[in-house]
Every structure is written in C-alpha cells, then in structure tokens.
Design a protein around this ligand. Sequence first.
Ligand code: ADP
Length: 280
Amino acid sequence: TGPNDEIGRLTSTINGMLERLQMAYSELEESYRRQRRFVSDASHELRTPLTTIRGNVDLLEKMWKQTASVGSVPERQQLEMSLEAMHDIAGESERMSRLVNDMLSLARADAGIQMPKMELQMLPLVAGVARKAQLLPRSVEWITGDLTPLQGVYVQGNRDYLQQLIYIFVENAFKYTDQGFVKLDAVRTESQIGLRIADTGIGMNSEEVPMIFERFYRVDVSRGKTAGTGLGLSIAKWIIDEHHGSIQVESRPGEGSTFIIWLPISSISDSEREQAFPPP
Ligand code: ADP
C-alpha cells in the first residue's frame, strides 16, 4: 500500500470521528435544551398549586381564628395547636414560592434569554429603589447616602432587572444585620458607576466570599437563621454579567459587609443622546 492509501484511510478515520463528535454534540445540545425546558416548565407548574395552598391556608387561618374566639377551652386549645401547624405550612409554602421564582429566573438565565436593554438614567432608578427600600421588612436603620455621583450617568441596561439586582443586595443586608444600619450610596470612576450597599451585620470570612455567588450556597452561620433560598446572589451574578459589570465585596465576620455593583457607564455622549432621545 502506498502513502496515498494511507492518507485516504486516515482521512476517512478522521472524518468518521468528526461525524461522531458532531452527532454527540447535537445530542448533548438537544438534551441540554430539554433540561432547560424542563426546569422552566416545572417552575411554572409548581407555582399554581403553591398559590392555591397559600390561599386556602389563609382562609382556614381566618375561619379558625373566628371560631377560637367563641369555642370552649379545650376547643380553643386544639384550635391554637392547629393554628401553629397552619403557620408552619404558610411559612414553608412562602419559602417554596420564593424558591420557585428564583429557579425560574435561573432557568431563564440558563436558557440564554436576552434581556431587552435601553439607555437608562441611573439617578431616578436608584433613588426609586432607595425610597421603596424603606418599606422592606427590616429591623435596622436604612440610610440613603450620597447619590449625586449618579447625576447624568446613563447605563445600557434593563430597568426591571437592575432594580431586582439592587433589591437582592439590600434585602440580604437587612437579613444578615441585627444592629446598626444598611446604607446605599454611589461612587464613580471615569468609565464605571458603582452602587454600594454597606451593612453592619454578621459579615463573612474571606474564604466564604467567592462561594456566595454559587447556586444554593449559604454560609453555615446563616443556615436556619433566615428563610433564604441560597439563590439570590447567583441571580445577581447573572444580571451583573448580562450588563458587563462586576461585583466587589469586602466583608469581616462580626463587623459587616460592603458590596459594590460596578456597571459600565454608557459611552453615548450627551449631544448624541439629545438627538436620539430628544427631551419632551
Ligand atoms: P440567601 O437566600 O441564603 O440569602 P444568597 O444567594 O442571597 O442566598 O446569599 C448566599 C449567602 O451569602 C447567604 O446565605 C449568606 O450566608 C451570605 N450573605 C449574603 N449577603 C450577606 C450579607 N450582607 N452579610 C452576610 N452574609 C451575606
């Protein structure tokens, strides 16, 4: 056999391998697509029964409370016990709803769903979040610091997701802070805007910090402390990546944590903006 035959054999072997690789790849892609689809469908399906459970629990609680006010002593004791059980069910279904919502967000992330983006003025967006943060369940002081670095700053972004992003950090700060305060302010560099959320809460070890953005990861001390899902920061990470931003974390156990969300400032100049989006 000559070198030509040898080359021919080699070529067909390589071609065969390539074909098999291509097939394996398509199969993988298909199974990945099915898996993402499944997670997203499952999340949708789980929401409906959860809403029903929640509604019925609320109704029963109300009815039993009414009965408890008129019943005899043993009846009232029994009702009180079942009220406690109801309370647990309500709490757990609430937690599960949050879990399902978070999983749905991550399923969207995995499915590579694009967020529609536009030029967003940052000052009103962040000031709006700061106002609403006062209404969140919290036991410590809420401080809106200096937001003037946001003046005139635009970001290519998605309004809803950016709001959700800030809430994730603010809610965490409230969850993991028992005394002191939670503060939001802004800092800027030439090309980036930083939204800073600082708390005087439980803080974390430096080894812990890189892990908290992983799905379902929760620092040991915070397990059981609150009804978190361990998914908030992985959603935050996805939103930041989608905006080509980054996250800076400083934290000390027992002293508190500071998170800075860095986002690239939109480079469209003011005059271009005036032309593209004339003032009303
Ligand atoms: P969770 O639902 O548990 O809050 P997250 O993904 O939002 O999930 O956060 C992951 C973990 O990071 C939390 O369980 C907590 O241990 C830690 N963490 C997040 N934010 C803070 C904070 N401000 N202070 C201290 N620990 C925090």
